[in-house]
Design a protein around this ligand. Structure first.
Ligand code: FES
Length: 157
C-alpha cells in the first residue's frame, strides 16, 4: 500500500500535514484577531472607593473606639473630636489590632503607640491618619486617600 496516497479508509500523511498546517494558520489568525480586537476594549480596573461613610457624629460619643473591619480603619472619638487611623500595618499590610498601649501587628510584631506612631519595627512608618469630613446631611466620611497629620481631629458643632 502506498503511504503517501493513503487508502480508502483514512487520510494520507500529506493530506494530514496539509490540514494541520491550514489549521495552525487559521488558529494563529484567530488568536491575532482576538488580540487585535482587545485593543479596543479599555483596560480599566475598578477599585473600591476609599471614601467611607461611617454614620452620624452622635454615633461617636467621646470615648468611642471602633474598628471598621471592611474599611480597615479605626475610628476614635474623644473630647477634642473624631479621628481615623489606618488599621493596615505599614510593613507588609497585615491588619493591626488594638491593645491597651496602642496597636500590634500579628504578622511580624510591629508595634505602634496610641497615635499610631511606630514604637517597634519592622514597620517603616507610622499608621496614617485619614481625613474626616461631613456631608451636607451630616454623615461623617473617612477619606482613606487623604492622609492628615497625626493629631488632626474632626471637630463637629
Ligand atoms: S506586616 Fe506588620 S509587621 Fe510585618
Amino acid at each position: 500500500m502506498d503511504k503517501e496516497k493513503g487508502d480508502e479508509r483514512g487520510v494520507s500523511r500529506r493530506d494530514f500535514l496539509g490540514l494541520a498546517a491550514v489549521g495552525s494558520v487559521v488558529l494563529s489568525a484567530i488568536g491575532a484577531l482576538a488580540a487585535t480586537l482587545r485593543i479596543f476594549k479599555p483596560d480599566v480596573r475598578y477599585e473600591e472607593s476609599k471614601r467611607y461613610k461611617i454614620g452620624k457624629p452622635e454615633n461617636f460619643p467621646a470615648g468611642t473606639a471602633k474598628k471598621l473591619d471592611k474599611e480597615k480603619v479605626f475610628v476614635f472619638a474623644d473630647d477634642d473630636g473624631i479621628y481615623a487611623i489606618s488599621a493596615v500595618c505599614t510593613h507588609l499590610g497585615c491588619i493591626v489590632y488594638k491593645t491597651d498601649w496602642g496597636f500590634q501587628c500579628p504578622c511580624h510584631g510591629s508595634r505602634y503607640n496610641q497615635e499610631g506612631k511606630v514604637i517597634r519595627g519592622p514597620a517603616p512608618r507610622s499608621l496614617p491618619w485619614y481625613e474626616i469630613t461631613q456631608t451636607v446631611d451630616g454623615t461623617l466620611v473617612v477619606d482613606a486617600t487623604k492622609e492628615v497629620s497625626r493629631g488632626t481631629k474632626y471637630i463637629y458643632a
